[in-house]
Design a binder for this molecule. Structure first.
Ligand code: ZN
Ligand code: ZN
Ligand code: ZN
Length: 276
């Protein structure tokens, strides 16, 4: 009975040796199965560790991300620093020569060519000035740093159709300081800082401090294209670089001081720019 039961699941021909080896195989199978499970667990643990490791790494990676975010104010500060000296410090200490601005340099280099000949097309009326005109020429105590006020850091003019003010001289609606005429109180008295300095040798900061300041149009010395045409004169075009190189304080100084003497009247060639 016992044997039958024993042999119930076994082949009747199975010997003891075979039985042993089969049992060994079973145990080996069992062992190998255990090993497989063990290996699997190790593998899983490794994976888990790796995941943990990755998690740690991700934490580490997140930290630098957060620290640059904390550090990000540094570049912001540098841009702020770049902005800050470009605006008020430059204004306050404009006598000091500050970092070169590409736009400014480019203009200077281009305009300060060897050819300093000034050619203004002849208008319908003779351009004559008197001592009275010369007395009306302005001046400034402080130099005005060109191409900064009303420009961005890249030297581009800040045009603004809403907040901007239209300059009587260059006709551009830009941000930045503009003059205000205490006499006419009209838009013709609004001149941007660069135009005021280049065309009249005056500083907009000083002009705005003086409530009695009178615009060039009211003084009768405006050299903008419109006013010149109204006088029967042709627009001068961009002359500042040339006249400043020739030693004149501004375009107005050049025109009045030069044209005052009839002997020095030039026979102008054709060169017309309507911008100024
Ligand atoms: Zn202007
Ligand atoms: Zn005015
Ligand atoms: Zn004018």
């Amino acid at each position: 009975m016992v044997r039958r039961r024993k042999n119930a699941g076994e082949s009747p021909e199975e010997t003891d040796t075979e039985k042993e080896s089969r049992n060994r195989m079973r145990s080996e199978e069992g062992f190998s199965h255990y090993e497989q499970i063990r290996d699997q667990r190790i593998k899983e643990n490794k994976e888990r560790l790796q995941k943990l490791g990755l998690f740690d790494l991700s934490l580490k990676l997140k930290k630098p991300k957060t620290s640059p975010q904390k550090k990000s104010p540094r570049p912001k500060k540098t841009t702020q620093n770049a902005l800050t000296p470009s605006m008020p410090p430059r204004r306050s200490s404009r006598i000091q020569s500050l970092g070169p601005i590409k736009y400014y340099e480019g203009r200077e280099k281009r305009d300060s060519s060897k050819n300093l000949e000034i050619c203004i097309p002849k208008g319908t009326n003779p351009e004559v000035y008197t001592k009275k005109h010369e007395k009306l020429l302005g001046d400034c105590k402080m130099e005005w740093e060109l191409y900064i006020d009303g420009y961005d850091d890249d030297g581009n003019r800040l045009y603004d159709p809403i907040k901007g003010q239209t300059c009587h001289q260059c006709r551009q609606k830009t941000l930045g300081l503009h003059t205000y005429c205490g006499k006419c109180e009209l838009p013709q008295g609004e001149i941007c800082g660069d135009c005021l300095y280049m065309r009249y040798g005056e500083n907009v900061l000083e002009a705005n401090e003086n409530r009695q300041w009178i615009c060039p149009a009211c003084r009768g010395i405006c050299n903008c294209s419109r006013c010149r045409r109204a006088n029967g004169w042709m627009p001068t075009g961009n002359l500042y670089s040339k006249v400043s190189e020739l030693g004149f304080k501004s375009v107005a100084h050049y025109l009045i001081q030069t044209y005052r003497s009839k002997d020095r009247l030039q026979a102008p060639a054709i060169e017309e720019t309507d911008s100024q």
